[in-house]
Design a protein around this ligand. Structure first.
Ligand SMILES: [Zn+2]
Length: 237
């Protein structure tokens, strides 16, 4: 009787694990947080030429503001197969907000992107500023989005916390280091999310030089590079 119970539990566990293992395959995903101007000016032409899509996480209140993407640019990126995700309205520290403030930042940003045709009806992705995350944030995000990125990647419709490698790219990040991350993700058979901010010369540590970005393209274009939404549709096959 006990043995039967153990077999049943093991079978159930295996069934639970199957979708996760199907989902957790090596893919490369490029994220551009905060929607800086150089993403359109410097990164997009190179990616477009190589046929590579990417994801922009945009604080909606910064659209069209100094050094940030305009609505027109975002619409073009979306047309070219890019995913535009929410990065709140004002890019605040979500841990410091009231419930009302949280709902405003998380829900209104989605409504705005929807209204402008930048996200598709049933699918939306969210990225928490500064990777701030707690249970209250999670519940509101879960009710409004299917995928979220904080310190980890979440896929809410299947309650899966996806094993993925998330790596932030800084000005000083070497191409050889990115290559090592790719090799690690291939070995683990997990998605690798490369998180960029601005792609431009000068600036602070989050400005990745365009020359270095150009060097990266031949290295990554041989891999399966997708958006977060594509990762989800792959899983559902
Ligand atoms: Zn940000």
């Amino acid at each position: 009787m006990l043995k039967k119970g153990i077999i049943l539990v093991l079978t159930l566990l295996m069934l639970l694990l199957i979708p996760v293992s199907v989902f957790a395959q090596f893919k490369l995903i490029l994220n551009f947080d905060d929607g800086y101007w150089g993403v359109y000016e410097n990164a997009f032409p190179l990616l477009q030429k190589a046929g590579i899509p990417a994801v922009v996480f945009m604080p909606t209140n910064l659209i069209g503001k100094e050094k940030h993407l305009t609505l027109k640019q975002l619409i073009q990126l979306k047309k070219e197969g890019w995913e535009i995700g929410s990065h709140t309205v004002n890019h605040p520290n979500l841990a410091e907000l009231t419930t009302e403030g949280l709902k405003y930042e998380i829900i209104n940003s989605k409504l705005y992107l929807q209204e402008k045709g930048l996200i598709d009806g049933s699918y939306a992705s969210f990225c928490s500023p500064m990777t701030v995350w707690n249970n209250q944030i999670k519940e509101i995000v879960r009710a409004n989005y299917r995928v979220a990125r904080a310190k980890r990647l979440f896929v809410f419709d299947k309650e899966v916390q996806v094993e993925a490698l998330l790596k932030v790219i800084l000005k000083t990040t070497r191409i050889t280091v990115i290559q090592k991350w790719i090799e690690e993700a291939i070995r683990l058979d997990q998605p690798l999310i490369l998180i960029f901010h601005e792609v431009a010369g000068g600036g602070n540590e989050y400005y990745f030089p365009p020359e270095k970005f150009a060097q990266l393209i031949p290295l990554i274009k041989k891999y399966d590079i997708v958006t977060l939404q594509h990762l989800l549709t792959e899983k559902e096959k």
